[in-house]
Design a protein around this ligand. Sequence first.
Ligand SMILES: Nc1ncnc2c1ncn2[C@@H]1O[C@H](COP(=O)(O)OP(=O)(O)O)[C@@H](O)[C@H]1O
Ligand SMILES: [Mg+2]
Length: 586
Amino acid sequence: MANMGRVVGISGPVVRAAVSFPVRMFEIVRAGKEALLGEVIRIRGNTVDIQVYEETSGMRVGEPVEFSGELLSVELGPGLLGSVLDGIGRPLARLREEGLYISRGANVRTLDESRKWFFSPLKKPGDSLRPGEGIGSVPEGTRIRHRVMLAPDSLQGRVEWVAPEGEVSLQDLLCRLEDGREIRLSHRWEVRRGRPFSHRLPFNRPLLTGQRILDTLFPMALGGAAVIPGGFGTGKTVTQQSLAKWCNADIIVYIGCGERGNEMTEVLEEFPSLMDPYYNVPLMERMVLIANTSNMPVAAREASIYLGMTIAEYYRDMGYAVAIMADSTSRWAEALREIGGRLEEMPGEEGYPAYLGTRLAQYYERAGRIRTLGDPEKEGSISVINAVSPPGGDFSEPVTQSSLRLSGAFWALDKSLAQQRHFPAINWQNSYTLYDESLSGFFRQELGEDWKTLRFFLSEKLSKEKALLELVQLVGRDGLSEQDKWTLNLSELSRVVFLQQNAFDSADAFCSLQKMKGLLETLRSLDTLVSERLAQGVLFEQLAEVPFRTGLFSLRTIPDPEFSSSARKWLSEIQETLRSIEVVVR
Ligand SMILES: Nc1ncnc2c1ncn2[C@@H]1O[C@H](COP(=O)(O)OP(=O)(O)O)[C@@H](O)[C@H]1O
Ligand SMILES: [Mg+2]
């Protein structure tokens, strides 16, 4: 018999109930006559406050509240990939199908009972089975082998029986242990509780993004966390979509917290139409989309990031690299603020509850690169890439500040760059990474000793440009030396050709590390060639006709295998052109 309480107050998504029995923090309840799903968020004596995931209008004082004794959990199993879920794990498609989209108290299973999966056993009778270890697998999508596992919080056991190879569905028994326990395709996990792993691994491999500015200047580690703060229209969504498509993660969990009313609708339309550039199948095959549309109650938004994280951990535990993205954390924090306000808590900075940082930490600390519990030979990771939309683009506000304290890479989007249509509008002066040191070994091995020098070449030109532009303010361009005039020109070329990258141009949307290196080498050789001629007396204005920009632009889109020969050819043409310029005797 479930414990029953009574509604004593209702304030939007927060319902207060009187109880005469012990209650757990975050316990799941069914509130009111319509049995709306909610979660206990505060306990004070015999009064508890509940955040309800559904519209509470119509609920009355005196109605019953049923306490389940359980915490919010999600069913984990095959079929999560490709699905679009609401903040508490109900598939939108089926809510809609069953006409429950707006009706309340709907109990819709996350996974589809009617789907069939082809099971291949890995274990046989007599084998021992560790927590989190696989008993077999089913293919999910074209590429993912979904491991069917013993839940990681269970005790070790010994296999008595395993299902033979063949078609199975959610209700089928797949394995029985000698102690009588049964394993099926799915198991449940509480969303606010991190799934265990064997041990953490260092941040010494990169999450490659294919975005030149990121991988070159501000690389991020696999298992690390990056924040993308930026005002409206600066490119948060486009950047996250590019990363979803191009980063070297196997699986993407995308949590949308719509900014404007229709933005989530756009996301819901766009993602399913994106193609996976690596495998030429829909990107959704290796993606889970969690959608908080603006007509959903704020409490579900609060829970959604933990739901997403739990799904990410589940695939991590199979040995995959998962990237989880939230767009935007600010909308999530607003949900927290609204609920906090209803509880009449003492507000912290800018009205956010004092526990904003703690709640965010409970999300970020579940990222990482690890060895899995079920198979300590296997490596898995969760990399976090969160967008933040600070009001007025002011990075000193609490959500941006809390996020940057919890993450290692800060990719600051800049309104004025976006206005100049410099995309991605990542500000190279304000952005930073803390993963440089730990990734240096990987880059040295992959790209050689010279990589460090090439990065330095680029960042030095960019900072030189800043200093020169300040000088120009004082003396004008004509007051600069010939070499400085060229340095200004070269840094502009570096910005336009290297830092800018068009997400919508199929030849440019992704850039390999090898090509990034090749482009930087080309820029450096160009610098040497031109500087030599300037030293011999050629004037900067004599270079006006040399097609630096068009040449570099076309190199940028040359396929990788032809890149070095094309670059060499172009540089020798430039060298010829430069030689043919005569030195004017002054
Ligand atoms: N990498 C990019 N390449 C080309 N255009 C971009 C890029 N990033 C942003 N944009 C442009 O900026 C617009 C706004 O970007 P969006 O991601 O929607 O901003 P936000 O999510 O920050 O409000 C896009 O519609 C697009 O025109
Ligand atoms: Mg956006």
